[in-house]
Design a binder for this molecule. Structure first.
Ligand SMILES: Nc1ncnc2c1ncn2[C@@H]1O[C@@H]2COP(=O)(O)O[C@H]2[C@H]1O
Length: 410
């Protein structure tokens, strides 16, 4: 008997014992969970031992598809997003600043329910082990180097330069990431990630376009500087979506060990940090959880002391602000030089959207009242990630326009 056959027989025997002991009500789900737990265990072990095939630029075989294991495939979910961020691929793409900033992703769809060890029968969601977010021990970390030409290195640098997930890296981590990446050309029509599969790589798009679907419904498109495939690596969960190349693409792939070692901790910490705050920001209420995750990736916190000016009327607008704590007061200077208070904002409120929406100079001065902490994103991320809120933001801003009409700009 060969080794694989022996392994298989042992596994099936073990599973049979569990089934006999536990009489699971949903036998298929139970078996799927059993094998998935085994796989996770094996992968974690590989993480620990760092049995990484350093010589292999690309895995010899693709991961096996695990049907029914999508954390997103709940029966009650019609998969329609509450809010379609950005444009549907069929619509005209007049985005001039395609390369302007970070992730070029626009999102809709639902976030996997990562809670609970074993999911409800009806929902068929996959369990996530408690240690899913524990990165590899730094002491056991062994660097992975796939040799590259200077030209390849430069291309990776360009591809990650505008992606938020790489911003916090120090020089050594940055080099480690570049060394560990492998080039993956993908032909138009090729499936890069299949929903339900086991996660192996995280991808950055260098060129081309890819489409992301969940349960055959379009969710988003990816283009240069966009990234995907982080969820399965972070949560040891099956792939949450399918990603197919719409054109010939050039991708850079980072394997799960390096992703977990270098990118995961910061990414998950940031997503956790902003999670409850973003859930309670009224303007973001219509967004799906995964969309809020992408917003969290793009946010930076900034603090202003009492009386400090956050925004100066008449200046160029580059940022959008959400108030995490404290208060902000908005003033408008009229053409006589008189300053009138036009608004007060508190936690969960936002400002700085007008100049970005209308491509106009800042319409008011915003000053901190007491200590003010804001989460801010730049113009590129604002347009991309909050594009679907454009109409709501415009509608909400009509009263500003009335105020501006009554106080002509200084
Ligand atoms: N709405 C969404 N829900 C989950 N994953 C999404 C969504 N939109 C895009 N994705 C990406 O699709 C990827 C599929 O593989 P992963 O689950 O590893 O990581 C997923 C995310 O990077």
């Amino acid at each position: 008997m060969n080794q694989d056959q022996e392994k298989y027989d042992t596994l099936v025997k073990e599973l049979t014992v569990h089934v006999r002991e536990q009489h699971p009500p949903d036998i298929l789900q139970f078996c799927a969970d059993f094998f998935f737990a085994k796989l996770t265990e094996q992968r974690s072990f590989q993480d620990e031992c760092l049995l990484h095939p350093t010589e292999a630029a690309w895995p010899a075989h693709e991961p096996k598809h695990l049907p029914q294991l999508s954390p997103l495939s709940s029966d009650d979910d019609d998969g329609q997003s509450q809010c379609s961020l950005g444009k549907h691929p069929k619509e005209d793409d007049e985005d001039e600043d395609a390369f302007e900033e970070e992730d070029q992703d626009v999102f809709t769809g639902q976030l996997p329910d990562f809670s609970g060890q074993y999911h409800q029968q009806r929902q068929r969601r996959t369990s996530v082990s408690a240690e899913s977010l524990t990165p590899c021990s730094p002491t056991k970390f062994q660097k992975i180097i796939h040799p590259k030409t200077p030209e390849q290195e430069a291309r990776i640098q360009a591809a990650i330069a505008h992606n938020f997930l790489f911003r916090h890296l120090d020089e050594m981590q940055y080099q480690d990431v570049i060394h560990a990446m492998t080039e993956k050309p993908v032909a138009s029509g090729e499936t890069v990630i299949q929903q339900g599969d086991v996660g192996d790589f995280f991808y950055i798009v260098e060129s081309g376009q890819l489409s992301c679907t969940i349960d055959d419904r379009w969710v988003t498109d990816y283009q240069a500087s966009g990234s995907f495939g982080e969820l399965a690596l972070m949560y040891n969960s099956p792939r949450a979506a399918t990603i197919v190349a719409k054109t010939d693409c050039m991708l850079w792939a980072l394997d799960r060990v390096m992703f977990r070692r270098i990118l995961m901790e910061h990414t998950s910490a940031k997503r956790r940090m902003y999670e409850s705050f973003l859930t309670n920001v009224p303007i973001l209420a219509s967004l799906a959880a995964y969309e809020r995750y992408k917003i969290a990736d793009a946010l930076e916190s900034v603090t202003f002391e009492e009386g400090e000016t956050v925004i100066e009327q008449g200046s160029v607008g580059n940022n959008f602000y959400l108030i995490e704590s404290g208060e902000a007061v908005c003033y408008r200077l009229d053409d006589q030089g008189a300053q009138t208070q036009v608004n007060e904002l508190a936690k969960g409120g936002y400002f700085g959207e007008l100049a970005l929406l209308n491509n106009s100079p800042r319409a008011a001065t915003v000053v901190a009242r007491g200590r003010l902490r804001c989460a801010t994103m730049n113009k590129g991320a604002f347009n991309r990630l909050l594009g679907c809120l454009h109409d709501i933001l415009q509608r909400n801003s009509t009263h500003y326009i009335q105020i501006m009409a009554s106080t002509p700009m200084a």
